[in-house]
Write a protein that binds this ligand. Structure first.
Ligand SMILES: CC(C)(COP(=O)(O)OP(=O)(O)OC[C@H]1O[C@@H](n2cnc3c(N)ncnc32)[C@H](O)[C@@H]1OP(=O)(O)O)[C@@H](O)C(=O)NCCC(=O)NCCS
Length: 168
């Protein structure tokens, strides 16, 4: 996989994957363009052999304590090979770099694949928003991640051990 920050030039490919991934509630091109150009977010694309394999975005205002995973999608042919997790890691790392301490997201209650990815990274359910996704009439599961704890868990064991040694 080949991750890089998205640019306005990626908009067309992102919208094609957005519409394929979220057939009933895809974002508009106008909204996606605004997301890509916002200084308060970071969008990352996964490009393989010149073809978009995935994209995702996080809203993380510099210095704010909380951030939000806005969206994440992997092309159908490329799913199940670790790309979704890698993209999520890149978004979480970007949020941490901007100073976020916790991350929130909403996931459809009928999307166990995405929910299981989030749970496996440490997200926990904090609320449900009934009938949030329309026109499908599906609840949203609201999830939260302790980003500071997540970032510590990503560090190699030896760097954590040497820090612990430095403090004692
Ligand atoms: C959700 C999505 C981004 C996951 O990306 P992916 O590249 O397929 O996922 P990965 O290969 O990185 O797998 C990460 C975890 O997701 C879960 N997962 C992936 N495929 C799964 C499947 N077929 N069944 C159940 N869980 C699955 C597992 O927890 C997996 O961890 P594991 O490999 O340790 O078991 C992708 O399926 C997707 O784009 N779906 C459509 C759009 C979408 O629903 N986006 C999320 C909106 S909130």
């Amino acid at each position: 996989m080949n991750l890089r920050t998205a640019t306005a030039d990626d908009l067309g490919a992102i919208m094609a994957l957005e519409r394929a991934s979220f057939p009933t509630d895809a974002w508009s091109e106008t909204l996606m363009a605004a997301e890509l150009s916002s200084p308060h977010g970071r969008y990352v694309v996964d490009v393989e052999a010149g073809r978009l394999a995935g994209y995702g975005g996080v809203r993380a205002v510099q210095g704010a304590a909380d951030a939000d995973i806005q969206t994440i999608a992997i092309a159908e042919h490329a799913r199940g090979t670790g790309r979704g997790r890698a993209l999520l890691h890149a978004l979480l790392a970007a949020a941490r770099e901007r100073g976020a301490r916790e991350v929130f997201l909403e996931v459809r209650a009928d999307n166990p694949v995405a929910e299981s990815l989030y749970v496996s990274e440490g997200f926990t359910e904090i609320a449900r928003r009934p009938r949030y996704y329309q026109p499908d009439d599906v609840d949203a599961v609201v999830m939260r991640l302790d980003l500071v704890g997540w970032a510590v868990a990503q560090r190699p064991a030896d760097s954590v051990a040497s820090e612990a040694g430095a403090c004692s």
